[in-house]
Design a protein around this ligand. Structure first.
Ligand code: GLC
Length: 747
C-alpha cells in the first residue's frame, strides 16, 4: 500500500509540475503570441526609434506629433528621454496603443549618469577590470533609477589613430585588453541580468571597426583585409556578445565598400550567424538613410530594404523604416519573415526587461531620489579616477623625485586654464545638471581640500584653452616666481575630443605650450597636468618640466583624485592603453606592428630601414607605460619548459620586487611573439597581465600560464589556429620595456 501511495504522490507531483510548465509560457511563446496579434504597421512601429524632444545627439528631424505616433503604435523605442517624469508620461501614452506594447528608453550612459566617472579611455588606463565593471554597474543603477532601460554602451572600437576623436570612448589600441574591458562593461551594465530594476541593456558598438576610419577622420571609410578585421578589430565585439550584450549598434562607416548598416557579412554571417547573437541590432543615428550619401542606396526606400534585409532590426531616427517598410513588404522586396525576426528580437528584450509585466517598472520616484546623490557612487568615482591617472614623468629636483608633494609645501602656484574648470572635467558624453557647480570638484578645490593650514595656494589662469591671448602670462610668471613649486594644468577643451571631433593637429591648443615655456623659464619645479580625451603631442613641454601626469577627464571627483595622487595619498598605478605619438606624422603608431623586411635596428636607424628620416621610430610613450612613486625590479624570467608539445601549459614566472620607498601597484605585462607564421605576425602581442600590490621592500613571483590558445591567429584562409615553431615570451612593465626568452612549441 505504502509503495502505491508513494507512486500516486509522484504522479500527482509530475502532473502539477507539467501543468505548471504548461501554464508558465516561455518568453519565446509570449513573443509569438503578441506577434500574432500585430498588424504589419504595428510590427514596423517596433523597428522605429525616435529621439525625444529634450536633447539630441545627432542631426535632428522635426516632424509630426511623436506622442500621437506612440499612441498609434508607430514607435518601439525612444532615445534621449530620461527622468521618471518624462519616461512615465510617454510610457502611459504607449499604454493607450491598441496592443499596449511598452516603449524602450535608450540613452548614451557612456561613463556615468548622475555621477560621472573618468572617460572610458581613462578607465582603461587603470587596467583594473573589477573597478571598470563597478563603474558601469553604478552608471546602470543611476540611469535605471531615472527610467533608462538601455545604454548605448560599451563602445569597444579598437583605435590606433588618436586623430579620431572617439578614441576617448573606448579602451584604446589593444585587442586583448579591449576584449576584457568590453566584457567587464557589459557585465557592469547588465548586472545580475535583464529584468532586475537596476540592470540596463548594454549595446555594444559601433559594429564594426569604426575606429579604423581612414585618416582618423570620423565617419570616414574603413577598408582592410578580412584577416585584419577578424584578428584586430572584431574580437572585442565578440567578447561583448559572449558576455551577454543585449543589443548591438551598427556603425556609420562603410567596411570594405559596404556600409555597416547593411553589411550582410557583419550582421548576418558573423553576428547573427557564427556568433549566434539573439539580441537586436539598432542602427546608429540616421545611418540607414545615410546610405544614400554613401552612394549605396538610391533613396530611403532602397536604404530601408538594404538595411532590413542585411539584419539591422531598428532604425534610429532616419524614418526609412516607418515610411517605407510596409510598401517593401507588400512589393515582396522585404519578406515578412525578415520583419518578424526583427520584431521578435525586439519584443524578446522587452519581455526580458519585464516591461510587459510592468511598463512602469523603472518609474520609481523614490528610487530616483535615492540615486540622485548617492555618496557611495561619488566615492567610487573618486576611486576610479585615482586609478586612471598616468604618471608619465617624475624627475628628481634637489636630489629627490618632485612628486609626491608634501601637504606642508609652503607655497604652491596653480597655473593654467583648467585649474578652476568645472564642467570640463566631465569630458564628452556626460550630462549637465543644474547643481554641477556644487558637485564637480575642480583641481583648485581638490588642492584646497588637501593642503595643510601652513601651505599657501596661489592662482593664475595664464591663458585660455584655445585662443592666442597671452595677456595673462605676466601674472602667471609672477606668481610662479613666488612659489616653491608650480602645478600647471593644461589640455584640450572637453569638446575637442569625442564624436565628430577629429583633429589633424594634436598639440595643446591656443598658447598653452608658450605658457609652459614661460613658466619653465622661471626655473621653478613644474608639475604638468594634461587633461584630454586622447593622446596629445607635447614633446617640448615634456622635455622642460620635472613631472607630468596625464589626467584625461576624470569626472565628478576630478580635483580630489588629482590631489590624492599629487600628495601621495594614492600612488599612481595606471598604464597607457594607447601609444602616444611623437608627432602626427608618425600616426598610426601602435606597439603590435609587423616587423617588415627592413626593421630598424634602433630608434634612430634610418639606413634603408622602415623609419622616418625626421623622427624617431618609437612612440613618445609606449602602450602599457606608466610610472609609480616607487620602483619595481624584475628578476629574470623562469620557464617551466623551453620546448613544449601540443596542449601542454607553459609557466612563465618573474619575481617582482618593490625596491622603492612607497607601497605601490605594478601591472606586470605578458607579450608573445610568433617568430615565423604562414602570415607575418606582430613583433609582440599582449597576452596577459597581472596587477600586483607590493609593500615597499616586498616581492612576489608572478606566474603566467600559457597555452596554445595564446598562440592562435587568423591565417590567410581565415582559419583561427596556432602554428608550431619558435616563439618569444616577453614579460615587462610596458610594450617598450620587456625581458625576452625563447621557446619552441611543436604539435
Ligand atoms: C551618435 C553616436 C552613437 C550614439 C547615438 C545615439 O551619433 O554615434 O554612439 O549612441 O548617436 O546618441
Amino acid at each position: 500500500m505504502f509503495l502505491l501511495k508513494k507512486m500516486s504522490l509522484c504522479v500527482i507531483a509530475v502532473a502539477i509540475a507539467t501543468a505548471g510548465v504548461a501554464q508558465k509560457k516561455t518568453i519565446d511563446q509570449k513573443v509569438d503570441s503578441v506577434l500574432k496579434l500585430m498588424t504589419l504597421d504595428e510590427k514596423i512601429g517596433q523597428m522605429n526609434q525616435y529621439n525625444g524632444d529634450w536633447d539630441a545627439t545627432g542631426p535632428i528631424t522635426k516632424d509630426g506629433d511623436k506622442q500621437n505616433q506612440i499612441k498609434k503604435g508607430m514607435l518601439g523605442s525612444m532615445l534621449n528621454v530620461t527622468g521618471v517624469a518624462h519616461t512615465k508620461t510617454l510610457q502611459e501614452i504607449a499604454m493607450q496603443s491598441r496592443l499596449k506594447i511598452p516603449l524602450l528608453f535608450g540613452q548614451d550612459v557612456i561613463h556615468g549618469y548622475r555621477t560621472i566617472f573618468p572617460l572610458p579611455l581613462a578607465e582603461a588606463a587603470s587596467w583594473d577590470l573589477p573597478l571598470i565593471e563597478k563603474s558601469a554597474r553604478i552608471a546602470a543603477v543611476e540611469a535605471s533609477a531615472a527610467g533608462v532601460h538601455w545604454t548605448f554602451a560599451p563602445m569597444v572600437d579598437i583605435a590606433r589613430d588618436p586623430r579620431w576623436g572617439r578614441v576617448m570612448e573606448g579602451a584604446g589600441e589593444d585587442t586583448y585588453l579591449g576584449s576584457l574591458i568590453a566584457a567587464a562593461r557589459v557585465k557592469g551594465f547588465q548586472g545580475k541580468g535583464l529584468g532586475n530594476t537596476d540592470a540596463v541593456m548594454a549595446c555594444v558598438k559601433h559594429f564594426a571597426a569604426y575606429g579604423a576610419a581612414v585618416g582618423g577622420r570620423d565617419y570616414n571609410s574603413v577598408d582592410m583585409s578580412l584577416r585584419q578585421l577578424n584578428e584586430v578589430y572584431l574580437p572585442p565585439y565578440k567578447a561583448a556578445v559572449e558576455a551577454g550584450a543585449a543589443t548591438v549598434m551598427n556603425s556609420f562607416n562603410d567596411v570594405n565598400g559596404i556600409p555597416a548598416t547593411a553589411n550582410h557579412y557583419l550582421l548576418r554571417t558573423l553576428l547573427k550567424g557564427q556568433w549566434n547573437f539573439k539580441g537586436f541590432v539598432v542602427s546608429d543615428w540616421g545611418s540607414v538613410g545615410e546610405m544614400i550619401n554613401h552612394g549605396y542606396a538610391k533613396d530611403n526606400y532602397d536604404a530601408a530594404m538594404l538595411a532590413a534585409n542585411a539584419g539591422c532590426d531598428m532604425d534610429m531616427e532616419s524614418r526609412s523604416y516607418i515610411q517605407h517598410l510596409a510598401k517593401l513588404v507588400k512589393e515582396g522586396k522585404v519578406k515578412m519573415s525578415v520583419i518578424d525576426d526583427a520584431v521578435k528580437r525586439i519584443l524578446h528584450k522587452k519581455f526580458e526587461m519585464g516591461l510587459f509585466d510592468d511598463p512602469y517598472k523603472f518609474c520609481n520616484t523614490t528610487r530616483e531620489q535615492q540615486q540622485w546623490n548617492n555618496v557611495e557612487n561619488i566615492t567610487a568615482s573618486r576611486e576610479m579616477a585615482k586609478h586612471s591617472i598616468v604618471l608619465l614623468k617624475n624627475d628628481a629636483v634637489n636630489g629627490a623625485p618632485l612628486l609626491p608633494l608634501s601637504k606642508h609645501s609652503k607655497t604652491i602656484a596653480l597655473v593654467g586654464p583648467l585649474v578652476k574648470a568645472i564642467r570640463e572635467n566631465l569630458g564628452f558624453w556626460s550630462y549637465s545638471w543644474p547643481d554641477d557647480t556644487a558637485r564637480i570638484v575642480t583641481l583648485w578645490q581638490g588642492m584646497q581640500n588637501k593642503i595643510s593650514n601652513d601651505s599657501k595656494l596661489l592662482y593664475a589662469k595664464g591663458c585660455n584653452i584655445n585662443d592666442q591671448n597671452k595677456d595673462g602670462f605676466e601674472e602667471a610668471v609672477n606668481i610662479a616666481k613666488q612659489a616653491d613649486v608650480v602645478v600647471l594644468s593644461v589640455g584640450e577643451a572637453p569638446d575637442m575630443t569625442g564624436e565628430a571631433k577629429s583633429r589633424s593637429n594634436l598639440h595643446l591648443p591656443g598658447v598653452q605650450e608658450a605658457l609652459i615655456q614661460a613658466i619653465a623659464a622661471t626655473g621653478k619645479p613644474v608639475i604638468l597636468l594634461i587633461s584630454a580625451g586622447r593622446p596629445l603631442v607635447f614633446n617640448d613641454a615634456a622635455d622642460h618640466v620635472s613631472s607630468i601626469m596625464y589626467t584625461w577627464w576624470l569626472g565628478t571627483q576630478a580635483g580630489n583624485a588629482i590631489a590624492d595622487v599629487l600628495f601621495g595619498d594614492y600612488n599612481p598605478s595606471a598604464r597607457l592603453p594607447v601609444s602616444f605619438p611623437r608627432s602626427e606624422g608618425q600616426i598610426p603608431v601602435y606597439y603590435n606592428h609587423y616587423s617588415t623586411g627592413r626593421p630598424a635596428k634602433n630608434d634612430s636607424d634610418v639606413n634603408y630601414v622602415s623609419a622616418y628620416i625626421d623622427e624617431l621610430n618609437s612612440p613618445k610613450y609606449y602602450f602599457g607605460y606608466g610610472l609609480s612613486y616607487t620602483q619595481f625590479q624584475y628578476g629574470a624570467i623562469t620557464l617551466s619548459k623551453t620546448n613544449l608539445k601540443g596542449n601542454e601549459t607553459l609557466q612563465a614566472s618573474v619575481e617582482v620586487t618593490n625596491t622603492g620607498n612607497a607601497d605601490g601597484e605594478e601591472t606586470v605585462q605578458l607579450y608573445i611573439r610568433d617568430i615565423i607564421g604562414s602570415v607575418v605576425r606582430p613583433v609582440k602581442e599582449l597576452k596577459g597581465f597581472k596587477k600586483v600590490w607590493l609593500q615597499k621592500g616586498a616581492h612576489q613571483t608572478i606566474t603566467f600560464n600559457i597555452t596554445v590558445n595564446d598562440l592562435k591567429f587568423y591565417n590567410d584562409a581565415l582559419q583561427y589556429n596556432w602554428e608550431p615553431g619558435a616563439f618569444q615570451v616577453m614579460i615587462g612593465r610596458n610594450a617598450g620595456d620587456v625581458q625576452t626568452v625563447n621557446i619552441n612549441w611543436s604539435r
